[in-house]
Design a protein. Structure first.
Length: 440
């Protein structure tokens, strides 16, 4: 009965506003998708919104979310999962402010501790799909976490500058529900998203699966916080070639796998998986727990610059194979690199253990290349002396490390410092880990 009444409220308001071509959702309101998507909607501050099931922003539709809006989702697994999906050709305009961030969370979250900070998998997450290239044979793919019977789950195309909207000062919390065996929804999933889409100042916290997973496309991300996720902080696939700067990723000692996964099938055609990351601060689970910082396998790779990578037992693993497009061969040919980074409490602080090939045995030239790679690229072991314990972290280092290098790419902001923070804590105030007291 409640769902029926909610549907009547939506329908009646739509009929009243159809002359304008869009409608505003009224207070205390359940969002349900009956197959036609959410429509052209403005979610107004001061109103309450609950997502019930999989709700799509269809092609040609725009969802506008005002600063300060909190969108809660009904909890549930399998067919009862709730998530917001922006389909190809749809747009989301979620532009919060530092004082009034936009929050996606689970129903029942009062934002004051009713849901424990590290609870995971209580609802789905936010999925954005676009028409930018992916590197499979059909040039399209189907997004994970959505039933394959749903045609709106397709992404990919040939529009590099495709625009799916913008996310600014957005916090996504407690998601990652499982809709089937090995088919989880991530905190923020980006499939074939183009570089005209804006994603900056976004937090993804306490997700059962990956914090962010990017499938193809070339969307760029800036000022991102990822904390306490059950699998990888960032996972990339299908030829993603975008850029990321100012990334803080924190693993929980009790869960989590890699900080960055650049794994894809070994393929013979571009675009090869080659994102660029600068000014990241990666905190692992601890040097005694078997986890890796980064993996590059198949034909996957990632370039990391001016970053701090700390507190993980194992370092960067690169798969070696006989294929020219294999990860280690791509590293040797300079298609991606790890340059001017500071490591600490990783791989026993031993340079020859930080970047480790696996798979096929290296030939003599490969062994010589990898033995000096760490120092040749200006990487060091440096203790930034972070003020941190199990319950809090100050992300600004107390000890200086070596200076940043300039990157030959105008998208990246020039910096003098390594890691995600200089002297200003840009994550303070608007993130959950800040307001809950973890980020000191």
């Amino acid at each position: 009965m409640k769902r029926f009444l909610s549907f009547l409220l939506i329908l009646s308001f739509f009929l009243q506003s159809c002359r304008k071509g869009d409608f505003e959702v009224n207070p205390t309101h359940v969002l349900i998708d009956h197959g036609n998507g959410i429509g052209n909607v403005t979610l107004k501050s001061g109103h309450n919104y609950v997502i019930d099931g999989l709700v799509f922003v269809n092609e040609g539709q725009t969802l506008i979310i005002e600063p300060g809006v909190v969108i809660r989702a009904k909890t549930g697994q399998g067919v009862n999962a709730s998530a917001l999906i922006v389909a190809r050709g749809g747009k989301i305009m979620a532009n919060g402010t530092p004082e009034r961030p936009i929050v996606f969370t689970v129903e029942g979250d009062d934002l004051q501790g009713s849901i424990p900070l590290k609870n995971k998998g209580l609802w789905g997450g936010l999925v954005i799909l676009g028409r930018a290239p992916v590197n499979n044979f059909s040039q399209e793919s189907f997004i994970e976490g959505i039933p394959e019977t749903e045609p709106r789950g397709v992404f990919g195309g040939n529009s590099t500058d495709d625009n799916s909207g913008s996310l600014r000062y957005v916090s996504i919390r407690h998601g990652g529900t499982n809709i089937g065996e090995g088919n989880e929804i991530n905190g923020l999933t980006l499939g074939g998203v183009g570089n005209a889409t804006v994603i900056e100042f976004v937090e993804i916290m306490s997700i059962l699966d990956d914090g962010i997973e990017v499938f193809g496309g070339m969307v760029n991300l800036k000022n991102i916080v990822i904390a306490f996720c059950g699998d990888d902080a960032i996972d990339c696939d299908l030829g993603y070639t975008g850029k990321m700067q100012y990334i803080l990723a924190i693993q929980d000692i009790g869960s989590g796998d890699k900080l960055f996964e650049a794994d894809e099938m070994e393929i013979a055609f571009p675009p090869y998986l080659s994102p660029m990351v600068a000014n990241a601060t990666f905190f692992g689970r601890g040097s005694s727990i078997s986890s890796k910082l980064v993996t590059c396998s198949g034909s996957g790779g990632v370039s990391i610059y001016n970053s701090m990578l700390l507190n993980q037992r194992d370092g960067i693993f690169i798969q070696n194979s006989s294929q020219n497009s294999g990860s280690f061969n791509r590293l040797r040919s300079g298609q991606f690199e790890f340059r001017n980074n500071a490591f600490f409490n990783v791989a026993n602080n031993t340079d020859t253990l930080i970047i480790r090939p696996f798979g096929d045995a290296l030939d003599v030239n490969g062994q010589a290349f990898i033995s000096s790679y760490f120092s040749d690229k200006g990487n060091t072991f440096t203790d930034p002396d972070f003020d941190t314990d199990d319950s809090s972290l100050n992300p600004i280092p107390r000890q200086p490390v070596h200076s940043a290098i300039s990157l030959d790419d105008p998208w990246f902001e020039p910096t003098t410092f390594l890691g995600a923070f200089g002297t200003e804590n840009w994550a303070a105030g608007w993130t959950a880990i800040s307001t809950y007291g973890y980020l000191e």
